[in-house]
Design a protein around this ligand. Sequence first.
Ligand code: SAH
Length: 259
Amino acid sequence: MNESIEKIVEAPVFARGHVWLAGAGPGHPRYLTLQVADAIGKADVIVHDALVSDAVLSLARNGELIFVGKRGGRPSVAQDEIIGLLIDLARQGRRVLRLKGGDPFVFGRGGEEAEALARENIPFRILPGMTSALAALAAANIPATMRGLSRAITLATGHAAGSPDDLDWKALAKTGEPIVVYMGLKTIGAIARLLMEGGLPPETPVAVLMAATTPDERTLTATLATVAAEVERQDFAAPALIVIGRIVSMQAILSGQNR
Ligand code: SAH
């Protein structure tokens, strides 16, 4: 066995008129899969979000770059406009790479986009990426699961915290298993309160991992009782992940020798 990287990524062929929905990983290009790196070079057009880093986009060769994310506080392009754009570009016979941060099916609305493409009979393929939580945990020396500490891990979105259609944080607290919250910086106060009401001890360790694997990377550690104030005091900004649970305590043990 001595397969070259090129041979591994050779199949499938990126055909004209097809849309590939791909994940670009957490930010640094070293986390790209071989297949996504190859597709970036082959695409005629790359429709990307704000979380796809410039370092990743610099791997594009002839592909036209179309940005559809949020910038400077302005809202992102509406989801149905993005879907319409993907369909138009595919019907023009172009090789369309829809590139998202992390994994396209983890809080990336990739499911909705794939559903629309299926409905319109546009051939597509899903190219997974490393979701930011897994990369950020590794970068922070926090094992996602750990015998004796956890038996499951929940990936949750914090963006709806406090609203009627929110998930049941108290029920999550009762599992005692660690939780990684995406999009939770603004709502961490409410989330922490609900988790404590659900039975998680106030001293439960929490880590906030900001801009993991990028030059802006920062982390802080706190407890469930103090995390909201710490996020504010240390001026943490999106993108950030909030890791809640005893797995966070491994960070101090692993950080010394892991370099
Ligand atoms: N599909 C993406 C998630 C998109 S939702 C994925 O699989 O990772 C956007 C949220 O992802 C951000 O608000 C933040 O919570 C998280 N995120 C994405 N990239 C990140 C990074 N490099 N560091 C920390 N959080 C990140």
